[in-house]
Design a protein around this ligand. Structure first.
Ligand SMILES: NC(=O)c1ccc[n+]([C@@H]2O[C@H](COP(=O)([O-])OP(=O)(O)OC[C@H]3O[C@@H](n4cnc5c(N)ncnc54)[C@H](OP(=O)(O)O)[C@@H]3O)[C@@H](O)[C@H]2O)c1
Length: 234
C-alpha cells in the first residue's frame, strides 16, 4: 500500500500502537495521534527502526480545535484509513457514576470518533479506497453490570458506525465497528490487574483484523463484529 496514509488515534500504546506497526510494515505512512508526545515518539522510533514511515501529531480527541488542526495539517493530501482507537474505561456502579464521568466517556469514546471522522471526511473522500474503523468493545453488542456508562458510549459507537456507513455508501467509504473482547493492552492491565494474559486477545491479532478490513477491495465492506478469546471467562 505505497503512498497510503492512515490516521490512528490512541497510537501511543496498546491496540493503536499494534495497528500502527502492522500498517507501517505494509508500507502505509502512519499518522500517530494521542495526548502524550513521548509515547508517540517512542512508537514512531520503533516504526522507523523497522523501516516504516510515521508522523507524530499529538492531539486530544475531546478537543474539536485540536482535531481541526490535524485536518488542516493533512489537507494537501488524502487520508486512506482512519482508525478511531483512543478510548477510556470505567468500571463503576450506576449509583456512583457522576455527570463528569458520563461527560468524559462521551467526549472520548463517542464524540471523539464522530468529530475525527467529520473533520477528516474531505480527505477520506480523496482516497481511492477509504476505511473508517471504529474500535468498539464487547459492550457494543452485549450487556454487563458495572459498565453502564462505558456500554452506553460503546453501543452508541455501534450506532454511529452503522449510520455513518449508510450515509457514506455513495462515497464508497467503508465504516466498520470492530468490537474486541478483553485484550492484552495497558488498559486491561489497569482495569483487570492480575488477569491471566493467556485469556486475552493479543493487540497484534486486533491489528491483523484491522489490516484485513482496510485491505478489502473498493466497494466491499462488512459490518459490526466481535473479536474475542475462547479462553476468557471460563
Ligand atoms: N483493552 C481491552 O480489554 C479493550 C477491550 C475492548 C475494547 N477496548 C478499546 O480499545 C481501544 C484501545 O484501548 P487499548 O486497550 O489499546 O488501551 P490503551 O493502551 O490504554 O490505549 C488507549 C490510548 O488512547 C489514548 N487516549 C486516551 N485518551 C485520549 C484522548 N482524550 N485523546 C487522544 N488519545 C487518547 C491513550 O494515550 P494518551 O493517554 O497519551 O492520550 C492511549 O494510548 C479503546 O477504545 C478501548 O475502549 C479495549
Amino acid at each position: 500500500m505505497a503512498d497510503k496514509i492512515a490516521v490512528i488515534t490512541g497510537a501511543g500504546s496498546g491496540m493503536g500502537r499494534a495497528i500502527a506497526h502492522k500498517m507501517a510494515a505494509n508500507g502505509v505512512h502512519v499518522v500517530l495521534t494521542g495526548r502524550t508526545q513521548s509515547k508517540l515518539d517512542s512508537v514512531a522510533g520503533e516504526v522507523a527502526a523497522a523501516g516504516g514511515s510515521a508522523l507524530v501529531h499529538p492531539l486530544d480527541v475531546t478537543d474539536p480545535d485540536q482535531i481541526q488542526i490535524l485536518a488542516n495539517r493533512l489537507a494537501s493530501g488524502q487520508v486512506d484509513m482512519l482508525i478511531n482507537c483512543a478510548g477510556d474505561w470505567l468500571i463503576k456502579s450506576v449509583d456512583d457514576t457522576t455527570p463528569e464521568d458520563l461527560n468524559h466517556l462521551f467526549a472520548i469514546n463517542l464524540r471523539g470518533p464522530y468529530l475525527m471522522t467529520q473533520a477528516l471526511l474531505p480527505l477520506l473522500r480523496k482516497s481511492a479506497n477509504a476505511s473508517v474503523i471504529n474500535i468498539g468493545s464487547v459492550t457494543s453488542m452485549e450487556s454487563h453490570p458495572m459498565v453502564t456508562a462505558y456500554t452506553a458510549m460503546k453501543s452508541g459507537l455501534r450506532g454511529l458506525s452503522g449510520s455513518l456507513a449508510a450515509e457514506l455508501k455513495p462515497d464508497e467509504i467503508r465504516v466498520i465497528l470492530l468490537a474486541p473482547g478483553p485484550a492484552d493492552t495497558p488498559m486491561r492491565d489497569a482495569a483487570s490487574p492480575g488477569v491471566d494474559k493467556s485469556t486475552l486477545v493479543p493487540a497484534e491479532t486486533i491489528a491483523e483484523m484491522v489490516w484485513t478490513l482496510v485491505s478489502l477491495p473498493r466497494g466491499i465492506t462488512t459490518s459490526d463484529f466481535l473479536l474475542t478469546s475462547l479462553r476468557y471467562g471460563g
